[in-house]
Design a protein around this ligand. Structure first.
Ligand code: DI6
Ligand code: FE
Length: 436
């Protein structure tokens, strides 16, 4: 058995990967070839995959390396959750009761609930409190084999709180061994009584917020929420033009609740991804295919909102649009911190094959984050991020719910045990001025 290393240790404590480490006797699902790879061993040097081959050859090439015997276990690339809103304050469980009593998500949002209520609770927390409250959700994702996580801001609304949320996202990467991609969700909802209304807010985002976020270096991409209850195509286009000027890649919440032609808008700006897509039409699918934009499917939100119309998976597949799957972990529409559950929902509710589900949380999720050259498959030169599973068949990862099949994560070449059940939220640290 591999040596357990506490997952609660800071990455610096586990990053001693300067020497080579061999992972031998594995069944490798590399996500490069169709099935299990003929080779059974990986050499990691400085956290990167230096070689893949048969055990004898790999041991001969790296005679002094530490050896981790995986005892014939199934090994996939570490999973990648490419769409989450995991950093937020407050609790929206009462909203579920309203929805069960017949109120719609849109009407709750229009009545000042929804995103606005989370924004108010988020603004009350410090950076360290925001990171601490996210940790139980993060730990649940790590227990599913996640090694890379996208975290959006978007519940801050005002610049100062948005930056605080982005800093909290980066702080999480110092508290747990995982890679974080941070996204500035610039246009999520208009703050109450904002002077000039939604156009005034968009103007503020373009003239002040986006340049400040770009200068901060805290965001890897810019996102927006294109819906009748949020921002129009024209408004999002203004945000995306500014992001393009600032050389920040874009992605979009598109066509979730109605067909706003968000997929075509995302494609027009060469977006990394267009996410949700329940109401995307044939023209939108064709535009995504031409642009090479990834379709990120979010079945947790579809399920939680009890939507009837699934994304056009068959058309996306036929057009060759890459499909990723993510948890969309957020307090309003997808209070779900399980990527394995998202895979199951994508198969059952959207009809994805088990192979598409596995690609959707590895290779295609890496593509959606623009990190495919570094992660998403088991290939020489990529980061040695792996998930080691206690299952016989890859399909078993999609098939069951709640079975906790992870044996071990490997992040940047360092073996880590599967985290135990998430701990209770840590007591937030006392706020300090510098912390805000
Ligand atoms: N992502 C979002 O930003 C919205 N829905 C989604 O899938 C709103 C989330 C919320 O209600 O807080
Ligand atoms: Fe979302």
């Amino acid at each position: 058995m591999p040596t357990p290393i506490s997952t609660s240790a800071a990455p610096t404590a586990v990053a001693g990967a300067a020497e080579a480490r061999l992972f031998v006797h594995a069944r490798l699902l590399t996500m490069c070839t169709g099935g299990i790879d003929g080779h059974d061993s990986i050499a990691a040097v400085d956290g990167r995959i230096a070689a893949i081959g048969g055990q004898a050859e790999i041991r001969r090439r790296f005679p002094d390396a530490e050896v981790v015997d995986l005892e014939g276990r199934l090994v996939t690339p570490g999973l990648i959750d490419c769409h989450t809103h995991i950093v937020y304050g407050g609790d929206r469980s009462a909203e579920m009761e309203r929805r069960l009593a017949g109120e719609s998500y849109e009407s709750i949002a229009r009545a000042g609930g929804g995103i606005l209520s989370t924004a108010a609770a988020t603004a009350r927390l410090t950076e360290s409190e925001l990171a601490a409250t996210a940790l139980p959700r993060i730990d649940a994702l790590l227990a599913d084999g996640v090694t890379t996580l996208e975290i959006k801001s978007g519940y801050g609304l005002e610049l100062e709180v948005e930056l605080r949320c982005l800093r909290a996202a980066h702080r999480i990467a110092t508290l747990r061994p995982l890679s974080v991609s941070a996204t500035y969700l610039a246009a999520h909802v208009v703050p109450p009584q904002f002077p000039g209304g939604s156009d005034g807010y968009v103007e503020q985002i373009c003239s002040q917020y986006l340049p400040a976020v770009a200068a901060s270096g805290l965001a890897d991409a810019v996102d927006a929420y294109c819906e009748t209850i949020a921002f129009s195509v024209d408004q999002v286009a203004r945000v995306f033009e500014r992001a393009r000027d600032l050389r920040l890649p874009v992605k979009l919440h598109a066509d979730q609740l109605c067909n706003m032609h968000g997929a075509a808008l995302a494609a027009r700006f060469g977006a990394l991804s267009a996410d949700h897509l329940e109401f995307t039409d044939a023209a939108g699918v064709a535009a995504l295919a031409r642009a090479g934009t990834v379709a990120v499917l979010l079945p947790g939100a579809f399920y939680f909102l009890r939507q009837q119309q699934a994304p056009p998976v068959r058309a996306l597949r036929q057009a060759g649009v890459p499909m990723a799957i993510a948890s969309d972990c957020n307090p309003g529409t997808s209070p779900m911190s399980s990527l394995l559950a998202a895979m199951n929902l994508a198969a059952v509710e959207f009809g994805l094959s088990t192979e598409e589900c596995l690609a959707g949380v590895t290779r295609e999720a890496a593509r959606a984050l623009g990190v495919l050259a570094d992660r998403g498959s088991i290939e020489v030169g990529k980061s040695c991020d792996l998930a080691v599973w206690n299952v016989e068949q890859p399909a078993a990862l999609v098939y069951s719910l709640g079975s906790r099949p992870l044996l071990q994560r490997v992040w940047r070449g360092c073996p880590l045990p599967a985290p135990a059940a998430p701990a209770a939220p840590a007591a937030p640290a006392a706020p300090t001025v510098s912390d805000r």
